[in-house]
Write a protein that binds this ligand. Structure first.
Ligand SMILES: *[C@@H]1O[C@H](CO)[C@@H](O)[C@H](O)[C@H]1NC(C)=O
Ligand SMILES: *[C@@H]1O[C@H](CO)[C@@H](O)[C@H](O)[C@H]1NC(C)=O
Ligand SMILES: *[C@@H]1O[C@H](CO)[C@@H](O)[C@H](O)[C@H]1NC(C)=O
Ligand SMILES: *[C@@H]1O[C@H](CO)[C@@H](O)[C@H](O)[C@H]1NC(C)=O
Ligand SMILES: *[C@@H]1O[C@H](CO)[C@@H](O)[C@H](O)[C@H]1NC(C)=O
Length: 430
């Protein structure tokens, strides 16, 4: 009897699970688990003429949780990479959009991108490159110590808008899953390894539209607004004789030297020293101002510049997913790319792929590190403690010269930092 109930419950659970999976629409799913992936993906000719395009390696990588679970890895240093795949065109209007993939930077990424792009309309995949317009660019970007961010750049009305809230990318050499969820109510979430790392509103964390509310520029602080937090205590009176205490006094402990010659040196006088009784000019005690009204803030009013666009999140003709990168050191391995309307499906997909192999991959990585260290120690015992020092000190200089997007876009970076700061100030104030 009990068994039957349990079986019924299990079957109900299974039905529910299947139902929720069945309700997901998968627009694109790429596990790279057969050699035919090359038929589904188009390598661009971008930078080929300059001998600056790198080739992709089809591999599970140097350490992995399953040698048969392959992905595509950037294969050559100091090269540009551009590859894309097409899917049946769709619009995310009134739908949740989930964009997810995994990436493992085996090279210990010191300067390079690890992001993907969603593109709209008709693209010539053979010439897809850094200048090809995109709709969404999402994923990690690392360069030196200063850039370790997860981009979520949204194109709106022809302009690319970076996310203003910082999201820190994973910087180790293991596989991580990046998930971007965009909702029809103009909210978003970013997950790393199925854990939420950022969320919020498109209106607040991007500058696509001017702010809904602004401080009333006409408002003025009222004349009688008391914004002194502390005042002099009116009860506190200067003690009698306070000002009679001198700052310096003759040293009463000093004695005239025995051999003082009055004829030669004049009459002896004791040296002048600081008066220990002296307490400086008198100031009254400070007390809390009973009339203090707090810091004055201009009231917020509706921003006349703001015109709502309920379709702020809509990409009406999404059609391609692409990887377009420049890397100083190669070794970024991409896998399990998913575009769906169901965050639950995406979560399960991540658990079934990355989640299943992550512990074995970590163990394999630690094994590889150990072997590497031992090998180094054998080759050069004096150097055995020095761990990748060459990588640690690199800076941004090469990347900004070599790549147009998004680092060379200094202006937008500066703007972004400025808006971040402004955002914070406003937040602190409000
Ligand atoms: C292209 O670049 C590679 C190194 O990135 C070099 O080995 C090769 O000789 C170059 N080929 C030509 C034709 O310049
Ligand atoms: C990619 O494959 C080429 C050719 O086998 C190899 O020389 C290169 O080292 C590989 N790249 C990485 C990052 O393993
Ligand atoms: C969209 O772009 C056009 C032309 O670039 C501009 O006139 C219009 O104001 C923009 N709309 C919004 C909502 O930004
Ligand atoms: C937006 O939609 C999500 C999912 O339905 C919901 O959890 C969230 O509370 C909504 N946020 C707002 C601001 O409406
Ligand atoms: C950066 O560029 C300089 C000179 O252009 C070169 O010597 C150096 O090796 C490069 N560094 C990296 C990390 O590629």
């Amino acid at each position: 009897m009990a068994n039957r109930a349990a079986a019924a419950a299990a079957s109900l659970l299974l039905t529910l699970t299947l139902y929720s999976i069945a309700s997901a629409t998968v627009f694109f799913e790429e596990r790279f688990d057969d050699e035919d992936w090359e038929k589904r993906w188009v390598v661009s000719d971008w930078k080929k003429a300059e001998n600056a395009s790198g080739a992709w390696n089809y591999t599970a990588g140097k350490w992995n949780g399953d040698p048969d679970d392959k992905g595509i890895q950037t294969g050559h240093d100091m090269k540009f990479y551009a590859i894309s795949a097409e899917f049946p065109e769709f619009s995310n209007k009134d739908k949740t959009l989930v964009f997810q993939f995994s990436v493992k930077h085996e090279q210990k990424l010191d300067c390079g991108g690890g992001y993907l792009k969603l593109l709209s309309g008709d693209i010539d995949q053979k010439s897809f490159g850094g200048d090809t317009p995109y709709s969404i660019m999402f994923g990690p970007d690392i360069c030196g110590h200063s850039t370790k961010k997860v981009h979520a750049i949204l194109n709106y009305n022809g302009t690319n808008y970076p996310n203003k809230k910082d999201v820190i990318a994973a910087t180790d050499q293991l596989t991580h899953v990046y998930t971007f969820i965009l909702r029809p109510n103009a909210t978003y979430r970013i997950l790393i390894d199925n854990e939420e790392v950022q969320k919020g509103s498109l209106y607040k964390h991007w500058d696509m539209l001017p702010p809904k509310k602004i401080k009333d520029p006409e408002a003025k602080k009222p004349e009688d607004w008391d914004d002194e937090a502390y005042i002099d205590d009116p009860e506190d009176k200067k003690p009698e004789g306070y000002d009679d205490i001198p700052m310096d006094i003759p040293d009463t402990d000093a004695e005239k030297p025995n051999d003082w010659d009055e004829e030669e040196n004049g009459e002896w006088e004791p040296p002048i020293i600081a008066n220990p009784e002296y307490q400086g000019p008198w100031t009254p005690k400070q007390i809390k101002n009973p009339n203090y009204k707090g810091k004055w803030k201009a009231p917020l009013i509706d921003n006349p510049e703001f015109k709502d666009d309920p379709n702020i999140y809509v990409y009406p003709n999404l059609k391609y997913v692409g990887i377009e990168l420049w890397q100083v050191k190669s070794g970024s391995l991409f896998d399990n790319i998913l575009i769906t309307d169901d965050p639950e499906y995406a979560k399960k997909f991540a658990d079934d792929t990355w989640g299943k192999h992550k512990d074995a991959e970590k163990a394999a990585f630690e094994e590889a590190e150990k072997a590497n260290k031992e090998k180094k120690a054998e080759e050069d015992p004096a150097d055995s403690d020095v761990e990748d020092e060459t990588h640690a000190d690199k800076d941004d200089s090469n990347k900004s010269d070599a790549k147009d997007e998004p680092h060379a876009d200094e202006e937008s970076v500066v703007k972004e930092q400025y808006t971040n700061k402004k955002d914070k100030e406003e937040h602190d104030e409000l």
